[in-house]
Design a protein around this ligand. Structure first.
Ligand code: RIB
Ligand code: CA
Length: 342
């Protein structure tokens, strides 16, 4: 790597550390305490790397894992891999629910591969799981947090937070907001014609979180399907000449194939990283406060998110629904932050 690039990267790292001590992010927003709940998963790993590469903006208190794309043992291992690849092994990983609240479990190995992480070699990471279950961690941490201080970024089925809310509904007091990758309205579903995978995998959990009254933002397929990879965007990540860039490029090249074929798209969505980009640079996105309802009944509409975008029913507006985003701005942010990693 050319000397000037090494100096530039060191400078960025120093500025990031400086911002940490000053408590504010590079663009002046307050540094957030965040718990990332996730089912890694190709796009989850990209999201984790993006978040862990942004310490000046996101104080990642912990990663909590859930079954979803693959089984809990593999989502938990993959979360530990992402943590190791980001050089952030001080962040604890707590394993959580191995199955949904009610419905029979479903997985997405057809998209994420048998190991839940396509395009790269997986292995047993050096550092293990934190002691204790993710649900108890959420109860304990959110229960003693300062009022409305902790953001929960949900990148998979919402089972862990739902179980925590059922056992300890008072934890809403510690939650600043919940940002969910999930749902679909204008776009249509990706696991059924109307349902997105995370909602379909545990619709009952999503209903519990919705009913809790927490401040809730949804980042649905409506926006993630507008922020697609391209050869150029992936090449730029590959061209970072660091392991993180190589891994993300290899993961994305493999991961997006199925969506590109299924939808006839020129590229694929990086769903979960869009949630982290929302936290880092909300100005990249736009949406509106709407009424959302979730169908958890068995049948063809199970997992459907009924987003009242035009306020047809005049019901309470309980969710901020992100509907579009600046695709190039998203990939520029992702690439810039991955450049910080080794
Ligand atoms: O529908 C996309 C979502 O389901 C993403 O979070 C992906 O990782 C899977 O969990
Ligand atoms: Ca996910």
């Amino acid at each position: 790597m050319p000397k000037y690039r090494r100096i530039a990267i060191q400078l960025i790292r120093s500025l990031a550390l400086l911002a940490i001590f000053s408590g504010t992010a590079a663009h002046g927003a307050e540094r957030r305490d965040v718990i990332i709940d996730t089912d890694p998963g190709a796009d989850d790993v990209v999201a984790l790397l993006l978040a862990l590469a942004s310490p000046e903006a996101l104080n990642v208190l912990a990663i909590t894992t859930v079954a979803g794309n693959v089984r809990i043992d593999k989502t938990s291992r993959n979360a530990r891999l992402a943590r190791e690849w980001a050089g952030r092994e001080e962040v604890p990983v707590y394993a959580g629910a191995g199955q949904p609240l009610v419905r029979t479990p479903i997985y997405a190995e057809n998209i994420h591969g048998a190991e839940g992480l396509p395009g790269v070699a997986v292995y047993e990471p050096k550092h293990g799981l934190a002691k204790g279950n993710a649900v108890q961690y959420l109860i304990d941490t959110l229960g003693k947090a300062a009022p409305h201080s902790v953001t929960v970024a949900m990148l998979g089925p919402q089972t862990n937070l739902a179980l925590a809310l059922i056992q300890a509904p008072e934890i809403t007091r510690g939650i600043k907001e919940v940002v969910v990758m999930g749902g679909a309205h204008f776009n249509g579903g990706n696991i059924t014609p109307v349902a997105e995978f995370n909602l379909f995998a545990d619709p009952d959990a999503a209903k519990v979180v919705l009913a809790s009254g927490v401040k809730l933002t949804y980042v649905p397929l409506d926006v993630t399907h507008k922020m697609l990879t391209s050869d150029q965007r992936i090449q730029k990540i590959k061209g970072l000449n660091n392991r993180a860039g190589e891994r993300v490029a290899d993961i994305l090249n493999e991961y997006v194939k199925a969506d590109m074929v299924h939808y006839g798209l020129p590229g694929g969505p990086v769903h979960d990283a869009s949630v982290i980009a929302w936290l880092l640079k909300p100005d990249l996105f736009s949406g509106r406060q709407i009424n959302l309802a979730i169908d958890n009944r068995e049948g063809v509409t199970m997992g459907q998110t009924v987003a009242d975008w035009y306020d047809t029913l005049g019901r309470p507006k309980n969710v901020y629904w992100v509907e579009s985003g600046d695709a190039q701005g998203f990939f520029d942010l992702l690439t810039e932050r991955l450049a910080r990693l080794k």
